[in-house]
Design a binder for this molecule. Structure first.
Ligand code: ZN
Length: 301
């Protein structure tokens, strides 16, 4: 009974306390203060969000179903860039074609090259491509699908963390913490994929569009691509691929939902096999990597 006089006092104190914090950080302002960043493709959204958490808002240029080799940003997307402080570049084709215009749309936006320092692969992995690539513009093209390798994503994550911390130093400690946690997750992802693929009978897989070169490199698989330098193969190249598939007893042609599967179906028919869809562009990158590893295991067993 004696202590009841305290209650109004405590209430008054808590009202004062909430007024004080309310003045410092109004709730509505805190929401608007999210750091807006832009990325080219959906897997980058996932990766940047792992590090930026609730402090950032990610604007994706090539959204669901878009093919980053041919994508054309819409006028309203050019406007949306005006809100971004950072652009995380990853080197995909449409980005290379548009990056200057993106910078023109928002000169204040800092462009961060997340593949800086990575050892990149040439785009075509077919051995015979060297002597047949008489078509002009894809002789020296680089394989841009770096995000299919967790090791390369680790590198990108480090660059992203540094850029976020520089632009938003108030949350640098949180970004670092999130990065450390993400790195640990990536390491266990790598271990899981190695375990999934342990003991598979064949290393060689046939894919219409060569999006899995970095994945193959990291996990000891061999990608055989139907496309040569991003183009449909010639009749002779196609015949060679079909022959190779028959020799190697390959019965699956991997294709991706963002790109037409018509040619993949034709090859599948020729080799008495089937087309399986795997996408390198799903937004839940981590889950997709596990799913794809399992699909490779099922096919290459
Ligand atoms: Zn691609």
């Amino acid at each position: 009974m004696k202590k009841l006089w305290f209650i109004p006092f405590i209430l008054a104190m808590s009202v004062l306390a909430s007024c004080a914090t309310g003045a410092d950080v109004p709730a509505s302002k805190a929401v608007n203060e999210k750091l807006n960043v832009s990325v080219s493709i959906l897997p980058q959204k996932y990766i940047v969000e792992q590090i930026g958490g609730d402090y950032i808002e990610v604007n994706v240029l090539a959204g669901p179903g878009a093919d980053p080799h041919t994508y054309e940003p819409k006028p309203e997307q050019m406007k949306s860039l005006a809100r971004s402080r950072l652009y995380f570049a990853i080197g995909v084709d449409f980005e290379q074609a548009w990056l200057e215009r993106f910078e023109g749309a928002n000169p204040e936006m800092k462009v961060v090259n997340t593949i800086e320092g990575l050892q990149l692969l040439p785009m075509t992995t077919n051995e015979q491509a060297g002597d047949t690539s008489t078509e002009e513009n894809h002789d020296n093209e680089i394989d841009t699908h770096t995000w299919t390798s967790p090791e390369m994503v680790k590198h990108q994550a480090a660059i992203i963390t540094q850029a976020l911390s520089e632009v938003d130093p108030n949350h640098a400690a949180e970004y670092q913490q999130n990065y450390d946690a993400f790195l640990a997750e990536l390491t266990s992802l790598q271990a899981d994929i190695h375990q999934t693929l342990e003991g598979i009978g064949s290393k060689k897989f046939l894919v219409f569009h060569p999006a899995w070169g970095y994945f193959a490199q990291e996990f000891g698989l061999e990608q055989v691509a139907v496309e040569v330098g991003g183009q449909e193969p010639s009749a002779q190249e196609l015949a060679e691929i079909i022959k190779e598939a028959q020799t190697e007893d390959i019965r699956v042609v991997f294709a991706q939902p963002e790109i037409s599967t018509r040619s993949a179906e034709i090859i599948a028919n020729e080799i008495n096999g089937k087309v399986l869809l795997i996408s390198p562009l799903e937004e839940n990158w981590m889950e997709n990597m596990r799913k794809v590893a399992q699909t490779f295991k099922d096919v290459l067993k």
